[in-house]
Ligand binder design. Sequence first.
Ligand SMILES: Nc1nc2c(ncn2[C@@H]2O[C@H](COP(=O)(O)OP(=O)(O)OP(=O)(O)O)[C@@H](O)[C@H]2O)c(=O)[nH]1
Ligand SMILES: [Mg+2]
Length: 208
Amino acid sequence: MLLCTFMIGRDAMNYNQTTFFKSAQKISQLPPESKAEVAFAGRSNSGKSSALNAITQIKGLAKTSKTPGRTQLLNYFQVKEDRFLVDLPGYGYAKVSHSVQQEWEKALTKYIETRQELLGVVLIMDIRHPLKEYDQTMISWLTSKNIPVHILLSKADKLNRGPGMNVLQEVKHALEPYDDMVSVQLFSATNGQGLDQARLQLDTWLEG
Ligand SMILES: Nc1nc2c(ncn2[C@@H]2O[C@H](COP(=O)(O)OP(=O)(O)OP(=O)(O)O)[C@@H](O)[C@H]2O)c(=O)[nH]1
Ligand SMILES: [Mg+2]
């Protein structure tokens, strides 16, 4: 009964009501109506867009691709009125021109350093290639700006349970110095592993 009251009293997010809101090319185009947003970041092809689609259970909400570098804008998705999820372009995609990459880096830097409404970042890392140099740079940079990071070790379906748990423990261990600023979990957009845990983290940021 207590649990029931708790669940009814809680204004849980309905991620399956999420809709595409807009693509912002530059900082000046970020939606002023946002009061809280969580960005999905990570290397190109790590599974950011797939994670968004799995969490919302809306196929095709965020465009996914076998070709790295697909997400090239700050894509805003509205969970409700003033709460948003943001699909960021992947970093580390070598095939886009150097100047385009630099331009994006500048925009991303400005976004992360100036966006007050950004309450947390979901950092997606392919479980088979965790903590690449740029991931580590992102983690130390974000936490130095006081932005908490929740890591999804994505494509967990590609590893058996034992090896998957080992990677989880190794990554947890490596991130111990960040204490409460960084958390990590197993995730698979393909088989749904870790969906509830990921949604709980989003709830914490977006409802806080
Ligand atoms: N097996 C498996 N494949 C996945 C999973 N998540 C994503 N993929 C595949 O990985 C590829 C890249 O996924 P995306 O979601 O487009 O990756 P992204 O990080 O958004 O890529 P960019 O927008 O290009 O940076 C696609 O072929 C997906 O089908 C997963 O959980 N399991
Ligand atoms: Mg994408």
